[in-house]
Design a protein around this ligand. Sequence first.
Ligand code: PHE
Length: 453
Amino acid sequence: MNGQEQNQRGHWGSKIAFIFAATGSAIGLGNIWRFPMVVGKYGGAVFVFVYILAVVLIGFTVMLAEMIIGRHTQRNAIGAFEHIKPRKPWKIIGFLGLLTSICILSYYSVIAGWAAGYFVKTASGTFRGAITSQMSDQIYTNFVSNPLLALICFFVVIGITTLIISKGVQSGIERWTKILMPVLFILIIYLAIKALTLPGASEGLSFYLKPDFSKLNGTVVLFAFGQAFFSLSIGMGIMITYGSYIHKSDNLVTSAGWVSFADTLIAFLAGLIIFPTLFAIPGIAPTAGPGLVFKVFPLIFSKIPNGHFFGMLFFTLLLVAAITSTISLLEVSVAYFIDERSWSRKKAAFLLGGFAFLLGIPSALSSGGMKFFTDIDFMGKFDIIFANISLAVGALLICIFVGWIWGIKKPVEEVRSGNPRFRIRPLWVFSLKFLSPVVLIIILIFIKKIITG
Ligand code: PHE
């Protein structure tokens, strides 16, 4: 790539802008919708325990490795591998990431569409007054099983994402995340305090935080790792793409550390809202699946002063958090087609956005909209294949590539250009070369057994 092309790709205005964008990618439905859903489904506190281990021991390692590849090569997720090991098959990792990101984008945007729909519902007064869990359950079911509504909401989200991406990385991503992420954070803390002070909240708290280790099994581990990769946006080259816009003088270790920490914190706080509320206002099971969050949040809004206002604010921010993630999902492949296939940014954004829309139609119709897709649980299957299996494979290959194939000297030098001491080097290298690959291989070997129960 020549210098001119690099300029067209843009650089983050500052380190903080990069951190906001990467955090914007990481924080989204994964934290607020998916995390409580899998915690509820797979054992509560014990899942939270394994999840935190997965983030600290392996997620952080992979995130730093991706940022290193990105900044070193200043390229997209495929070009980066080709640059380091030309004419070798390693760029398959990038192609796998590209495929995964478009597939995740397709159903992720469906859920983001639900957030948009719930905003409209809240604004139009559906949740005014006392809401029971049965009512909330019914409202959700009616909403998601309406095929036209599901498709329209989905289309709106893909449309917004495509427009933002077609305008380019800086103006598109930076502006949004800087203002709205902090507001989301404050709102979530406020709601967590409210949920924790509901009468009867303590039972939910112990479900969420008191681990019962007899529930620990392969399924818990598989889904906890999948959730960690999904939530941190790693294993598919997003942090390679974003890292390619970081300046050489920035400290990658603190960047990766901050993104992982902020992401985990928001997920943790989301759980502190959901589980106390769920147990304080009985009627919805923790195992409710994709509807969990949409059924439970209206309950808490009906219990707090000005709940109507907070409900609208919440669904707006959830949508924004989702869109800062969808733009990162689309940017992976758009960056590839701009750099390597010389497409214009507009063409890449519209063609790939359109493709993701077509691909997502079965997911949009799989919650009751169309019997065939509902029966085979299309969205659930897609989610397992891409969020759990594909991200784990991607993460494994990235560890092997950086730890063994590239040779550890160059990556370490890359970190040192912005962090001369790199104090955690021995720990990171150990995790990268040994711990992470071994754990991931074990998970992948057992995957079939785990999924079929
Ligand atoms: N990490 C995002 C979230 O938690 C989702 C996402 C997954 C974004 C994978 C990019 C890549 O919502």
